[in-house]
Write a protein that binds this ligand. Structure first.
Ligand SMILES: C[S@@+](CC[C@H](N)C(=O)[O-])C[C@H]1O[C@@H](n2cnc3c(N)ncnc32)[C@H](O)[C@@H]1O
Length: 365
C-alpha cells in the first residue's frame, strides 16, 4: 500500500492503492483503511484524482500509479528485501524496522528535545524557496515541517517512511506544514529519478543492512548538482552522568550489548555508521563535508529535555532492560538516578550536564 496526504492544498485527502491481483485484506493490524479495495477502474480514478490535485506543480513523482506499485514490488523482490506491504512483521533492516514497527513516541520526544540543533543543521544547508526536498525516513514528520518552512509555498517537502504508524503520526504535522507524505522503502521508492533538489535523512541510514546501496538509491532521486544530507546522532558516546564516568561507561556499554543481543549484531555493525563521511564518498557523492552540532543541556532542564531523557532514554531505552547487563548494585544505582521520585534523580541534580553529538554529512550528486 502507498498512502499520501496533502495539507498545503487545503484538501484533506487520503488515498490507498492496492497492488493488482493482491488481496485487499488488512495487512497491518495498525491500519484502518478508509477505502474498500478499489477495482482497477477505481484505482485509475484515484490516481487521476491525485494527479488532479497537484496539476500545476508536477513533482516528478510516479506514486499512486499502478505502474509505480508494480515497479515497487518488482524492485523489492530483486533487491532481496521483503515486501513491507505483505509481510509487515518481517524484519527489514539492521535494527528491526518493519512496516508495522512503532516507536513514534520516542521520535516525537527526540525531535522536541533536539529541535534547536536540528533546525540549526537545516539552516546550515541554506535552503532556498521553491526547492523540492525529500525527507527519507521522516518518522513522525517534525523535520519535514521545518524543511517545508524553508522551501516555502512554491517548494515541496515530501516525507517518506517505511512504517505505517510513523507515516500516520506524521499526517497532522504534514497537513499543517503543507508537506506530502509517502509510505515506502528507501531501497525501492516509486519516485522518478532526479526529481528532488535535496534528500534529508536523519538517523536512518544506520538502520539499513547496506547503507551504501541505500545512499545510492537516494542519490538517484536527486538532480545533478543537488545534495544529499545525512544526519546522525551520537557518533560520539553521549554524556549522561558527568560526575560518574565509570557508571556512564558501563551503562553505555550495557545498552550497546543489549542491542547487539536483540538484533544479533556485532560491535562493528552498530558502529560502522561512524564512517559516515567515507560512506558518502564510497557511494559516489562529491564535495563531501561534515559538521557536528553539540546538543548540550545543563540543569535546570527545559520540559522537552526532561521529557526526552526520562521517557525515551531512562524508561524507554534503559529501565529493566539493563538489569541483565549490569551488576545488581550498579543497576540499583542507575535506577535511583533515573527515578523522578528519588532524591538522587539525575535530571534534578544541579550538576546535571548532558552532551550528545549530531553530525550532518553533506555531499553533492
Ligand atoms: C530513528 S528513526 C528516524 C526518524 C526521523 N528521521 C527522525 O529523525 O526523527 C528511523 C526511521 O527510518 C524508518 N526506516 C527504517 N528503514 C527504512 C527503509 N528501508 N525505508 C524507509 N524508511 C525506513 C523507520 O521507520 C523510522 O521512522
Amino acid at each position: 500500500m502507498i498512502q499520501a496526504a496533502s495539507g498545503r492544498l487545503g484538501m484533506a485527502w487520503r488515498l490507498a492503492a492496492y497492488r493488482p491481483g493482491r488481496s485487499a485484506t488488512r495487512v497491518d493490524g495498525h491500519m484502518t483503511h478508509d477505502l474498500p479495495c478499489p477495482s482497477p477502474e477505481r484505482q485509475f480514478f484515484f490516481t487521476s484524482f491525485a494527479a488532479g490535485v497537484i496539476p500545476e506543480r508536477p513533482l516528478g513523482l510516479a506514486w499512486l500509479t499502478v505502474e509505480a506499485i508494480q515497479a515497487f514490488g518488482h524492485r523489492s523482490s530483486h533487491s532481496g528485501m521483503r515486501d513491507p506491504m505483505t509481510r509487515p512483521t518481517t524484519t527489514l533492516g539492521l535494527l528491526g524496522d518493519t512496516a508495522s514497527r512503532d516507536y513514534a513516541d520516542k521520535l516525537r520526544l527526540f525531535n522536541a528535545f533536539a529541535a534547536p540543533e536540528i533546525r540549526q543543521a537545516i539552516a546550515s544547508l541554506a535552503l532556498k524557496p521553491g526547492m523540492r526536498i525529500l525527507d527519507a525516513g521522516c518518522g513522525t514528520g517534525e523535520a519535514l515541517a521545518w524543511l517545508a518552512d524553508d522551501v516555502g509555498p512554491d517548494g515541496a517537502a515530501i516525507g517518506m517512511d517505511l512504517a505505517t504508524p510513523h507515516v500516520r503520526a506524521a499526517h497532522s504535522t504534514a497537513a499543517k506544514s503543507g508537506s506530502l507524505l509517502l509510505q515506502g522503502n528507501i531501497l525501492a521508492l516509486p519516485m522518478v529519478a532526479a526529481s528532488v533538489d535535496l534528500v534529508w535523512s536523519v538517523n536512518v541510514i544506520n538502520h539499513l543492512r547496506s547503507p551504501v546501496a541505500g545512499l545510492q538509491a537516494l542519490m538517484a532521486l536527486v538532480r545533478p548538482g543537488g545534495r544529499v544530507a545525512l544526519g546522525q546522532s551520537s557518533l560520539l558516546p553521549d554524556m549522561y552522568f558527568a560526575w560518574d564516568s565509570r557508571l556512564e561507561r558501563l551503562v553505555n556499554e550495557a545498552v550497546r550489548q543489549y542491542y547487539r543481543d536483540r538484533y544479533q549484531l556485532d560491535e562493528r555493525d552498530l558502529t560502522s555508521i561512524r564512517a559516515i563521511a567515507g560512506l558518502l564518498r564510497q557511494a559516489g557523492l562529491r564535495d563531501v563535508h561534515v559538521r557536528t552540532f553539540m546538543i548540550e543541556r545543563l540543569a535546570p532542564l527545559r520540559l522537552e529535555d526532561e521529557n526526552y531523557l526520562l521517557n525515551a532514554i531512562f524508561r524507554g531505552t534503559w529501565g529493566s532492560r539493563l538489569q541483565a547487563y549490569l551488576s545488581s548494585s550498579d543497576h540499583e544505582e542507575v535506577m535511583r538516578l533515573c527515578d523522578p521520585n528519588h532524591p538522587d534523580y539525575a535530571l534534578r541534580r544541579p550538576d546535571f550536564h548532558f552532551l550528545q553529538s549530531f553530525t550532518l554529512a553533506v555531499g553533492v550528486v
